[in-house]
Design a protein around this ligand. Structure first.
Ligand code: DC
Length: 226
């Protein structure tokens, strides 16, 4: 077995607004494991396509972008999110808005894009461990992960959580728009042909509807025996 296979991986999958990012960040801090926010990678890709006016059918241009992406996640003390750096520039707020989220979910249906981004994601495996959050971490990207969790919560709860997060970032939104965005994204993420949002067969489902962040974290820490 190669060393990479022995590094413990915790995958946290689930739909938009379920709290994957928040939970993954806290677990990564507690365990000192590396963190992969795979949604941010799709968002950065969407942001680059959008800001460079690239046609999503122009595969050579997309591949070129994917090959040159240089991403870093930095955990911030007083925030429940991580800062995201592209080529040493903090682009967190430029990618954490509904426009880029929706574009990310649209480009995520393109198999070539998923293939390019798969390599970037696998490169996050490093000692002493990895916490990876997204939609297909336990099914496609890290199918051999030692620990797999699938988080769920009702649509309304998820929309409210997302709204609070946007408000914290001073991004003006209304609940009906956020709920509509969540429903559209769920529909696309669950139904896409390639690597859809799906619970891995060996993943443990945690319904977070009535749980606090601390309660979810405690459950996850128990699962990974920390
Ligand atoms: O988790 P997020 O909202 O930042 O993700 C944005 C979009 O990226 C999501 O709607 C679908 C896509 N995505 C994906 O297809 N696979 C992943 N592992 C993570 C995100």
């Amino acid at each position: 077995m190669s060393l990479k296979n022995e590094i413990p991986i915790l995958t946290i999958d689930g739909p938009s607004g379920v709290g994957k990012g928040t939970i993954a960040k806290i677990i990564a801090q507690k365990t000192k494991w590396n963190l992969l926010d795979s949604g941010a990678i799709y968002r950065i890709f969407a942001f680059l396509i959008d800001s460079n006016n690239i046609n999503i059918k122009d595969l050579p241009a997309l591949e070129k972008i994917a090959k040159n992406i240089n991403i870093k996640f930095v955990a911030k003390k007083n925030s429940d999110l991580v800062d995201i750096y592209l080529d040493n520039n903090d682009i967190s707020s430029a990618i954490r808005n509904e426009k880029i989220g929706i574009l990310a979910s649209k480009i995520a249906v393109i198999p070539e894009i998923r293939k390019y981004l798969l390599i970037i994601q696998k490169n996050f495996i490093k000692e002493p461990g990895l916490v990876a959050d997204g939609r297909d971490m336990g099914t496609t990207v890290f199918p051999n992960a030692k620990f797999k969790i699938f988080l769920t919560a009702t649509e309304t709860i998820r929309a409210n959580r997302r709204l609070k997060q946007l408000q914290k970032q001073n991004i003006k939104s209304i609940i009906s728009d956020v709920l509509k965005g969540i429903k559209e994204r769920d529909e696309r993420d669950y139904s896409r042909k390639h690597s859809p949002l799906k619970q891995a067969q060996d993943a443990l489902i945690v319904d977070t509807t009535d749980l606090t962040i601390n309660e979810v974290v405690a459950k996850v820490m128990k699962i990974i025996e920390f």
